[in-house]
Design a protein around this ligand. Structure first.
Ligand code: ADP
Ligand code: MG
Length: 695
């Protein structure tokens, strides 16, 4: 097959005896095949085609120039460095200092007086006049020809020089025509007006001579059609692999959960409120999925406070009506316990017993719950990840619900998989909204139901940015409000590097507020407390026995106390955007007008300032997540938790939205009409990493 990109043909074969080191360096860059070198595209380009006379070199420019070495010596102040002075022999005053902070004796030797060198770098004013720090340089003879095209600069790793990379790439490009063969059918390339693959990669690795300014700009900005082709191919590979995932899932079987409507009907009647239209819609979508024999993998997404829990409870009851068991898992003890209480209250009288499993459940009670689950006597289990630990048997599992799914780590998710969850329906919930581009790419494997409407009667939360200097005002504000019957959270500063320090700070803050507000009762909640202590503290706050709850971020997720209408966050500048949004979401749950005070310590860094501005200006979780994506970039946004999904190298989720859509359509067409081409395409882009497709 002509289009086939055979991965085994063309492993990188280092030519020199120092090859081992080279192969390792290349492997570090993910370059194990010639096909990978073809796709190792330049980060940027340098213009070595023109020579600026030394006399015209000025500070602030990035230039290529040349001169003759006048002298070279090692200086020891402020630190060891090699300083070389070059000059133009014709124009004596034209001089430039080259400064190297790391160098080899061979380099010092090569820069002998009289030697002509060509250098490329940024010019800046220095102690002896103009200088270049660590320029690209090479020894030449007078009149040595200039290259006629831009010089690519590749991503590299320690010890691997640009020259070596350039040579390896050039060899890969000419090595085997199969490596440059188009994986896409001609018709597709033509219809989408794409450049042929071979033309595009050749262009990017070695742009033709004499580019116009606009061509060069397009190349740098990655808007050039050659870049477009590569981005398209990359996105297409991603879409193809996602579709492969989906296909694998479609082949699995899950129990058909038709339900009878008896329990769900009664829950709707008992909830004490009417479902919003968005909740109704999400519930309908889930109910349909559960009736199918292929496992549901649906993400229920809704901003903080939008009412996801009741929808999950309805799904659970449909499964239970169908004679199956349900596991409902939350990431923290506090949240799991809260769910347990709420569900038990809702289901009280419906004759649906709920088992409660977490690390804190006493052994005896736990044994009883486990036995009841194993025998099928209890159909509904609520808990932390303890639900999926050794010894827990849920033989008729029909539905697994995972709340705040983004909070679970990879290990926990894998454990879940091992528990027969692959054969069950899965409902994941998250308040962290996925920006559209991520939903189309990294999360494309999930179906999404969005609750895009808040329950009625919620007053918006007023957000105030206040400097630490005015802290006393806030303390008395909280005192007054709580005296008038309201309740407040006071969130301790985040101290990521030390849990111990964080704890001390929480204790100190609790002492401070207890003293400053003698008429109020102040509670303390932190991660080091025993589960039953935490539960008791929360219960006292829920019951209104404590007025102010000093807490670490353990309260960030899911906590629901409608009477709490004040939130103070200390050192708000240290928190991430989604954390701030989650924390602020703890208030504004009742009818009372709510306030969120963000205390910040000056000076605030630029990025932190940007975050505070976003959280101050926006309330919509989608918009905040979008801004977060812009500030942090998708790699960070997805975090290490998403490992296994290769991040995009060339396409940009913010700028290339239109291209993502095209790639999605193309993936569908390709799989339908030319699966061999789809396979070849995946092989080229994912190669050795292709096995993740089957995961
Ligand atoms: P989240 O989506 O953040 O998990 P919850 O499910 O905890 O939100 O719901 C937030 C609060 O709103 C809860 O107290 C819940 O009982 C209440 N709630 C949910 N749906 C409605 C509704 N349709 N009308 C009024 N209150 C609702
Ligand atoms: Mg919730």
């Amino acid at each position: 097959m002509a289009r086939d990109v055979r991965p085994d043909q063309g492993a990188v074969k280092p030519g020199k005896p120092a090859g081992r080191g080279l192969a390792d360096q290349l492997a570090r860059l993910g370059l194990t095949r010639d096909a990978d070198l073809v796709l190792h595209l330049p980060l940027r380009y340098e213009d070595h085609t023109r020579l600026v006379p030394l006399a015209s070199v000025a500070a602030g420019l990035s230039v290529q120039t040349e001169g003759v070495v006048v002298n070279t010596d090692i200086q020891y102040r402020p630190r060891r460095q090699l300083v070389t002075l070059i000059a133009d022999p014709e124009v004596r005053e034209a001089q430039l200092v080259l400064r190297f902070f790391t160098f080899y004796p061979s380099q010092q030797k090569a820069l002998q007086p009289g030697q002509r060198v060509r250098v490329f770098g940024d010019v800046r004013p220095g102690y002896y006049g103009l200088e270049m720090v660590h320029p690209n340089w090479k020894a030449i003879t007078e009149g040595a020809p200039l290259p006629d095209r831009l010089t690519p600069v590749y991503p590299t790793t320690a010890g691997l020089g640009q020259e070596t990379l350039r040579k390896l790439v050039a060899r890969a490009l000419t090595g085997s025509p199969a490596l440059l063969a188009d994986t896409l059918p001609e018709a597709l390339v033509a219809r989408r007006k794409l450049w042929p693959f071979a033309d595009a990669v050749r262009y990017l690795h070695a742009p033709p001579p004499r580019l116009t300014q606009s061509q060069q700009r397009a190349l740098d900005a990655r808007t050039h059609p050659a870049w477009t082709r590569l981005k398209f191919d990359e996105l297409l590979a991603q879409q193809l692999s996602l579709k492969a995932h989906r296909k694998a899932r479609a082949q699995r079987r899950a129990p058909v959960l038709t339900g009878t409507g008896t329990l769900t009907q009664r829950l709707v009647e008992r909830a004490g409120f009417k479902l919003t239209r968005a909740q109704e819609r999400a519930w309908r979508e889930i109910a349909q999925d559960l009736k199918r024999a292929t496992p549901m993998q649906r993400l229920l997404q809704g901003d903080v406070g939008s009412g996801k829990t009741i929808v999950a409870a309805l799904a659970a009851l449909q499964a239970i009506e169908s004679g199956k068991q349900v596991a409902f898992m939350a990431p923290t003890e506090i949240l799991a316990e809260q769910h347990y209480r709420k569900l038990a209250a809702w289901l009280d009288g419906l004759d649906v017993p709920v088992a409660w499993l977490s690390g804190s459940v006493p052994a005896k009670q736990r044994r009883k719950a486990l036995a009841a689950l194993a025998s099928g006597e209890i159909a509904f289990a609520v808990g932390t990840h303890a639900l999926f630990q050794e010894g827990v048997e849920i033989p008729h599992l029909g539905l697994a619900i995972v709340d705040e799914q983004h909070r679970f780590g990879v290990a926990q998710r894998l454990a879940l998989r091992g528990k027969g969850v692959a054969e069950a329906h899965q409902l994941m919930m998250s308040a962290t909204p996925i920006p559209r581009t991520l939903a189309m790419t990294f999360y494309a494997d999930l179906d999404v139901s969005a609750i895009d409407e808040m329950p009625p009667g919620r007053a918006p939360v007023a957000t105030r940015l206040v400097s630490q200097r005015r802290r006393q005002e806030i303390v008395s504000f909280v005192g007054k409000q709580c005296a008038a019957g309201r309740q407040a959270y006071w969130v301790c500063p985040l101290i990521e590097e030390s849990e111990k320090l964080e704890l001390q700070t929480a204790v100190a803050l609790h002492a401070e507020l207890t003293q400053a507000l003698p008429d109020l009762r102040v509670g303390l909640l932190h991660g080091r407390m025993k589960p039953d202590e935490k539960a008791a503290t929360m219960a006292a706050f829920v019951a209104g026995e404590t007025h102010v709850l000093v807490a670490t971020t353990v309260i960030e997720v899911g906590v629901d106390v409608p009477n709490a209408s004040l939130m103070v966050i200390e050192h708000a500048e240290r928190f991430g955007l989604s954390q701030l949004h989650q924390l602020r979401g703890r208030v504004g749950r009742g009818a009372a007008e709510s306030t969120c005070v963000l205390l910040f310590e000056e000076p605030v860094g630029d990025v932190a300032k940007l975050r505070l501005k976003v959280i101050f200006e926006h309330h919509d979780g989608f918009e905040i997540a979008r801004q977060d994506l812009v500030i942090r970039g998708p790699g960070e946004f997805l975090g290490a938790r998403q490992s296994g999904v290769p991040l995009l190298r060339f396409a940009d989720l913010e700028r290339d939205v239109a291209l993502i859509e095209q790639a999605r359509d193309a993936a569908e067409a390709l799989l339908a009409k030319d699966p061999a081409a789809a396979q070849a395409h995946l092989e080229r882009w994912l190669g050795g990493r292709a096995e993740f497709i089957k995961a």
